[in-house]
Design a protein around this ligand. Structure first.
Ligand SMILES: Cc1cc2nc3c(=O)[nH]c(=O)nc-3n(C[C@H](O)[C@H](O)[C@H](O)COP(=O)(O)O)c2cc1C
Length: 325
């Protein structure tokens, strides 16, 4: 076993994931690490086709490769999604000339910030630079800054929000992943702290009561509108076609983008509702005249306040038995 594999896996697990469900399992043997989906941690309502789950695995993979480079290893990645296969195998080998990427430093600093942002425009050369950092085969990203387009995407996001929050199953699933106070978050080491969702820390029963009563299609769609208004731009990540491999690649591209943005003091948060709702996803495709699949929508800008991050499960809980190659 290579000496640094525990640290490498811990960096991988700092990746973002839908609702911070951390839907991954790792195994390691010799110079190989395997990442597999953990379907016990999937989101069957919000992410019925699992595209967000595989995007999250892609984010973890990208962190893993950056951390491996930091510890002196190059990575060969093999996507194994043929038939019933469902994993990513990474072969690490020592390099004579380590090539550390500056993005590595951003891994522990990156987190979503759901606060309002200063909507000052982002310089064009910075937007181009971020697009270049995120370059990945079979996926693409689109900067959305045009006022008319932003208005139309806001309308679609609000429509998706209204549909989702009118669905009791969606609300129930979301509630399962909200941690209303530090103590609960610490006990599970997953889920989203209510304070990071811009809500107060309260006992769980109180939080659940207010969630049921005051989190409505109207409140959430208005919140989404305000968040878009208070952002510099939206960024939409797309994939050529819907395959598990492309979803993972999209996650890698998004993670590099998020890490590079972090190094530039730019914050981001997700507005994934229009990509989660199939009918609205189609409307997005029509609006933007896309051939590709729109799968991840984020907002970006200069945050007006910092927000708490989120916890991760320890190494012992994410490592599964011995890797069989
Ligand atoms: C594929 C994907 C989809 C996400 N969708 C949303 C979303 O719709 N709304 C939201 O507020 N956060 C969303 N998030 C952000 C996660 O909730 C966040 O990454 C997680 O809570 C961990 O927090 P951190 O990114 O600050 O480490 C998404 C993240 C990923 C990777």
């Amino acid at each position: 076993m290579i000496p640094h594999f525990k640290q490498i896996i811990e960096y991988a697990a700092m990746a973002p994931s839908g609702h911070n469900a951390q839907p991954w399992k790792f195994s390691a043997e010799g110079h190989f690490i395997k990442i597999e989906p953990d379907f016990n941690r999937s989101l069957p309502v919000a992410d019925a086709d699992h595209h967000e789950l595989y995007i999250s695995l892609g984010c973890a993979l990208e962190n893993l490769i950056l951390a491996a480079a930091h510890f002196g290893y190059s990575a060969n990645v093999h996507y194994d999604f043929n038939g019933n296969a469902n994993s990513i195998l990474i072969h690490l080998f020592e390099t004579e000339t380590p090539s550390e990427d500056a993005l590595f430093e951003a891994i522990p600093k990156r987190h979503v910030n759901r606060a309002h942002y200063n909507p000052a425009p982002i310089p064009t050369d910075m937007m181009e630079e971020l697009k270049t950092v995120a370059k990945e085969e079979d996926v693409d990203l689109i900067w959305i800054t045009d006022a008319g387009l932003l208005e139309e995407i806001t309308a679609l996001t609000k429509e998706a929000c209204r549909l989702q929050f009118a669905n009791e199953a969606y609300k129930k699933e979301l509630l399962q992943w909200i941690r209303f106070n530090e103590k609960t978050a610490r006990s599970t080491n997953d889920g989203m702290l209510s304070e990071s969702l811009d809500t107060l820390a309260v006992p769980t029963a109180v939080g659940a009561f207010f969630f049921e009563k005051f989190v409505t299609p109207r409140s959430e769609s208005n919140k989404a509108e305000a968040l878009i208004e208070n952002s510099s731009a939206l960024v939409l990540f797309t994939a050529r076609e819907n395959t598990r491999e492309n979803w993972v690649k999209l996650g890698r591209s998004f993670e590099r983008f998020a890490l590079a943005a972090t190094l530039k003091n730019l914050s981001h948060s997700h507005l994934n509702m229009p990509c989660e709702t199939a009918s609205i996803r189609e409307k997005m495709k029509d609006l933007l005249r896309l051939q590709d699949e729109p799968l991840l929508l984020i907002r970006i800008g200069y945050a007006l306040e910092q927000m708490p991050g989120s916890y991760r499960r320890p190494y012992e809980e994410i490592i599964s038995g011995k890797l069989e190659i």
